[in-house]
Design a protein around this ligand. Structure first.
Ligand code: TRP
Length: 593
C-alpha cells in the first residue's frame, strides 16, 4: 500500500444490503451476451449434448472453485483487485498484477461490449417500429410472383437440392471429423498433384507412385479417400431421399413449399442486409453505445446497494421472467423437439478436441471470472456468508439461463427453417427473420427478446465498469461519482474504434485487412482468449498456494471439512492444470484440433 492511500475504513465503503442482493448482482454480472448468443452458437457448433455436458463439468471443476476463490479474496481483503493483494500481504506484492490485468481487461471488454449492447438497443427500437413488416410484405409479393412464374419442375428440383443439402450436412461433417486434419491435407495435396500431372500431360500413375513412396502419406490418403467415398454416398442417399419425398408430394403442396422457401430466402437476405447496415453505420453504433454507457455510469455512480443492487434486483427477475415466457412460447413450436435433441442429445462423434477447450474458455467468460469482477463484488460483502453455497447459486443461475437461452432460440430458429448460424449473426439475423414470419406477435417477441439482451448486457456491463472504477475509488481516493463518469467516459472513447470498426467510411475498417481481424474482434480475442484465462490461472494458483494461510482459514471457517478439502484439490491442482492446458493450446505449444 502506498503512503498516499487513505487507510481502509470499512464503514466508508459500499456494502450489499442483503445476501440475495449480492447473489443477484453477481448473477447479473455473469448472465450476459455470453449466455444468450454465444453459448447457443458454440453449443450448436460443437454438436450439442456432449459439449453441454463438458461445459457443465468445466463450470463445476474450474468455474466454481475459481468463483469461490475470487469471492474469498475480495471478502478477506475488502478491496478491489489491485488493492486486494496488497492488503492481504500488508504491502507491495507482485500478485497485484492480477488486479492490473483485471483493470485492463475490464477496460477492453467493456469497450466492445457496449457496441453489441448498442446493437441490441437498436434492434429493440426496430422491433417497436415493426421494422420487419415492410420486409415481410415485399417477401410475400416476391414469393407470389415466383409461384406464378416458375415451372413446377424447377420448383421441385430447387426443393430437392435444398433438402438434400440440409440433410447431408451433418453426416458429411461427421465423416469428415473421423479423420484427422493431416489426412485431409494429404488428400488435398494428393489430388492437386494428380490434377497437375494430368493437366501437364504427364503420367498421373507415376505422380501417384512418387507420392505414395511415403508410406505414412499413402495411409493418410487412403483413409481420406475411404471417407470421401462415404461422404459422396451420404450425399447421394440424401438426394434420393429428397427426390422420393418431393416426388410423392402433391403438386399443390410443392408450390406451397416452394413459395414459403422463396419468401424465407427473401426475408433472410433483407434481414441480413439490414444487420450489415447497422454494423456498417459507425455513428448510429456510437449513439447507442453512448446511451448504454450512460445507463451503466448512472448505475455505478449510484453506488453498491443504492445503484448496482437496486437495479439488478429489479432486472434479474425481469430477465428470468422474459426468458421463461419465450421458452414456453418455444415449447409450443413445431421445432421444439428438434431443438431439444439438438441441445441435449450427446453425440461423441461430433465433438472436436478443441470443443473441450472452448467449453473451458467460455466457462470463464460466462461466469465473469479471471479479471477480478467477483473479487470486487465479494469485497462489498459482509463477512461469514456461506461461500460455496453462494458460488453454486451464482453459477447455477448462469448455467440455467444459458440452457434456457438455447431452449428459447432453437425452437424458433428450427421452426422457421433456419440453420443454427454463427456468432452475432445468430441473434441479429435469424431472430428477426422468425419474427417477420410470425406477423403481429413477432413484434412483441422481438421487443421482448432484444429487450432481454439489453437487460442482460446492462447488468454485466455494470460489473465491468465497477472493477475499473473501484480501482480509482479504493486506491486513488476518488469519489464514486467522479470515478464512474471519468472512467465510463474514457471507456466510451475507447469504444469508438470498435463502433467504427465495420464502417467502410472510416479508417478503422482497414484494421481487418491489415491485422486479419476487425478491431472489434481483436479486442474480444485479446480479452477472452488471453487476459481471462491468464488471470484465472493466476487467481487459482494464488488462492491454492500463496494466499496467507491465516486469511484463507478465516474465510473457510465453519465450512464442512470435506467441502474444504474438495475445494483445495480443485483449486490447487485440477483448475490450474486445465487452464494451463488451454493457455498452452492457445500459444500453440499444444496442437489439438
Ligand atoms: N459474463 C458476462 C457475459 O456472459 C460478461 C462479463 C461481465 C464478463 N463481466 C465480466 C466477462 C468479467 C469476463 C469478466 O456476457
Amino acid at each position: 500500500m502506498s503512503a498516499s492511500t487513505p487507510p481502509h475504513i470499512p464503514s466508508a465503503r459500499g456494502q450489499w444490503g442483503s445476501r440475495t442482493g449480492f447473489i443477484l448482482a453477481a448473477a447479473g454480472s455473469a448472465v450476459g451476451l455470453g449466455n444468450i448468443w454465444k453459448f447457443p452458437y458454440i453449443t450448436g457448433d460443437n454438436g450439442g449434448g456432449l459439449f453441454v455436458l463438458i461445459y457443465l463439468v468445466c463450470i463445476a471443476l474450474v468455474g466454481l472453485p475459481i468463483m469461490a476463490a475470487e469471492i474469498m479474496i475480495g471478502r478477506a481483503a475488502g478491496k478491489q483487485p489491485v488493492g486486494a493483494f496488497e492488503a492481504l500481504h500488508g504491502g507491495k506484492t507482485g500478485w497485484a498484477v492480477i488486479g492490473w490485468l483485471g483493470v485492463f481487461a475490464g477496460f477492453i471488454i467493456l469497450s466492445y461490449y457496449v457496441v453489441v449492447a448498442g446493437w441490441s438497443m437498436d434492434y429493440t427500437l426496430k422491433s417497436i417500429s415493426h421494422f420487419t413488416d415492410p420486409i415481410a410484405e415485399r417477401a410475400d409479393e416476391d414469393a407470389k410472383r415466383y409461384r406464378a412464374a416458375t415451372p413446377l419442375a424447377v420448383m421441385r428440383t430447387t426443393l430437392i437440392e435444398r433438402r438434400a443439402d440440409h440433410e447431408s450436412t451433418e453426416p458429411v461433417a461427421e465423416l469428415r471429423a473421423r479423420a484427422p486434419k493431416a489426412a485431409w491435407n494429404a488428400w488435398d495435396k494428393y489430388n492437386k498433384a494428380v490434377e497437375a500431372a494430368l493437366a501437364s500431360g504427364a503420367d498421373a500413375d507415376a505422380a501417384r507412385a512418387v507420392l505414395f513412396e511415403d508410406a505414412a502419406f499413402a495411409a493418410r490418403v487412403e483413409t481420406a479417400e475411404r471417407l470421401h467415398a462415404q461422404m459422396a454416398q451420404a450425399r447421394a442417399r440424401a438426394k434420393s431421399d429428397a427426390e422420393a419425398y418431393f416426388g410423392a408430394m402433391p403438386d399443390r403442396q410443392v408450390r406451397d413449399e416452394a413459395e414459403t422457401y422463396q419468401r424465407r430466402q427473401h426475408i433472410a437476405e433483407e434481414v441480413g442486409a439490414a444487420f450489415g447496415q447497422v454494423v456498417a453505420d459507425g455513428w448510429t453504433a456510437t449513439f447507442w453505445a453512448l446511451l448504454f454507457m450512460l445507463a451503466t455510469i448512472l448505475v455505478v455512480a449510484g453506488g453498491i446497494s443504492g445503484g448496482i443492487e437496486r437495479v439488478t434486483t429489479i432486472l434479474m427477475p425481469l430477465l428470468i421472467g422474459i426468458i421463461l415466457v419465450m421458452v414456453v412460447y418455444g415449447m409450443f413450436q413445431r421445432g421444439f423437439s428438434e431443438a431439444f435433441s439438438f441441445v441435449f442429445s450427446p453425440d461423441p462423434s461430433r465433438l472436436k478436441a478443441s470443443g473441450i477447450l472452448e467449453a473451458l474458455g467460455h466457462a470463464f467468460f460466462t461466469l465473469s471470472l479471471g479479471m477480478g469482477a467477483m473479487i470486487t463484488y465479494g469485497s462489498y460483502q459482509r463477512r461469514k456468508e456461506p461461500l460455496f453455497k453462494q458460488s453454486i447459486a451464482i453459477a447455477g443461475i448462469d448455467t440455467a439461463v444459458a440452457l434456457l437461452a438455447c431452449l428459447m432460440l432453437f425452437p424458433i430458429i428450427f421452426s422457421y427453417g433456419q440453420e443454427p448460424g454463427a456468432g452475432p449473426g445468430l441473434v441479429f439475423k435469424s431472430m428477426p427473420l422468425a419474427f417477420a414470419e410470425m406477423g403481429a406477435g413477432g413484434m412483441l417477441l422481438g421487443i421482448l427478446f432484444f429487450g432481454l439482451l439489453v437487460v442482460a448486457a446492462l447488468t454485466s456491463a455494470i460489473s465491468l465498469l465497477e472493477v475499473v472504477a473501484s480501482y480509482f475509488i479504493d486506491q486513488r481516493g476518488w469519489s464514486r461519482n467522479k470515478a464512474a463518469w471519468i472512467i465510463g467516459g474514457s471507456i466510451f472513447i475507447f469504444a469508438l474504434p470498435s463502433a467504427f470498426s465495420f464502417d467502410p467510411d472510416f479508417a478503422m475498417a482497414s484494421w481487418e485487412p491489415t491485422f486479419g481481424k476487425s478491431f472489434f474482434d481483436t479486442m474480444d480475442y485479446l480479452a477472452s482468449n488471453w487476459l481471462l484465462p491468464m488471470g484465472g490461472l493466476l487467481i487459482a494458483v494464488y488462492a491454492g498456494w500463496f494466499m496467507p494461510r491465516r486469511m484463507r482459514d478465516a474465510e473457510l471457517e465453519g465450512l464442512a471439512p470435506l467441502v474444504i478439502r474438495g475445494w483445495l484439490v480443485l483449486i490447487k491442482y485440477v483448475a490450474p492444470v486445465l487452464v494451463a492446458l488451454v493457455v498452452l493450446q492457445k500459444v500453440g505449444v499444444l496442437a489439438i484440433d
